[in-house]
Design a protein around this ligand. Structure first.
Ligand code: DC
Length: 223
């Protein structure tokens, strides 16, 4: 749409609350670059483990962070993180990373290493000719883009979220990760004031995406 505004859509919520599927659906509908920040925390965690850093030993984390070379590869409508020129593989969805990621994500130094990287995704979306950015995570509407044009917060019943992961063939303690992510001091998972809350428990992905699209579309149509 010529002259259409560049939009930023923030989607936050707990583990397996439906963020990635709905963010992907929105990216297709509105030609937005999709940025899954959970995959960034996972990739950095996998790198920390690879280098033998421990979340209990801040010195080891800081020295691994010191020469972390982050880049972005755009594949279709998805912004994938690269570390030292390579995109991480399936190991970032494995048990070891599932168990460690919330511990590394609670470290303020590690979060600041990813802060400007995440904000920079808006420029990557502009450069790539996208109509905007849809970014999902835990602190997108509260810390990364508090001024986002649209901010959504997804909830779902914990038992159902656990089942979603089992169907994806993953071993993941979603309730435990939520507990750690919500109780950390820096940028905890919480519903940002003014965001639109959606309970996805009994909704399909298409229904959640429709609901969000019905909020977004009128602003795009406005002259
Ligand atoms: O979205 P996910 O379940 O793949 O995220 C993995 C972990 O990354 C999550 O348990 C906490 C952390 N995370 C975070 O702290 N902040 C974000 N914006 C995104 C993820």
């Amino acid at each position: 749409m010529p002259g259409a505004p560049f939009i930023i859509v923030a989607i936050d919520g707990g583990a397996a609350s439906g963020k990635s599927s709905t963010a992907r659906a929105l990216s297709e509908r509105f030609n937005l670059l999709h940025s899954d920040t959970g995959s960034y925390y996972r990739a950095v965690t996998a790198e920390m483990l690879r280098r033998g850093a421990s979340a209990e030993d801040l010195g080891s984390v800081k020295s691994a962070l010191a020469d972390l070379r982050l880049g972005t590869r755009i594949e279709g409508r998805s912004a994938r993180i690269e570390i030292a020129g390579s995109a991480p593989g399936d190991e970032i969805r494995g048990r070891e990373v599932n168990d460690a990621v919330s511990h590394f994500a609670a470290i303020p130094e590690l979060r600041s290493a990813l802060l400007s990287y995440q904000r920079g995704q808006a420029d990557a979306a502009r450069r790539g000719g996208f109509a905007g950015l849809v970014m999902e995570g835990r602190d997108i509407g509260s810390v990364i883009f508090p001024g986002a044009d649209f901010r959504f917060y997804l909830h779902a019943d914990p038992a159902l979220r656990e089942q979603r992961r089992v169907k994806q063939g993953q071993v993941d303690k979603v309730a435990e990760r939520d507990r750690l992510d919500s109780s950390r001091k820096t940028a905890p998972l919480s519903q940002p004031a003014g965001s639109i809350s959606i309970d996805t428990t009994s909704m399909t992905i298409a229904e959640v995406a429709d609901r969000m699209a019905s909020v977004i579309a009128p602003s795009l149509a406005r002259p």
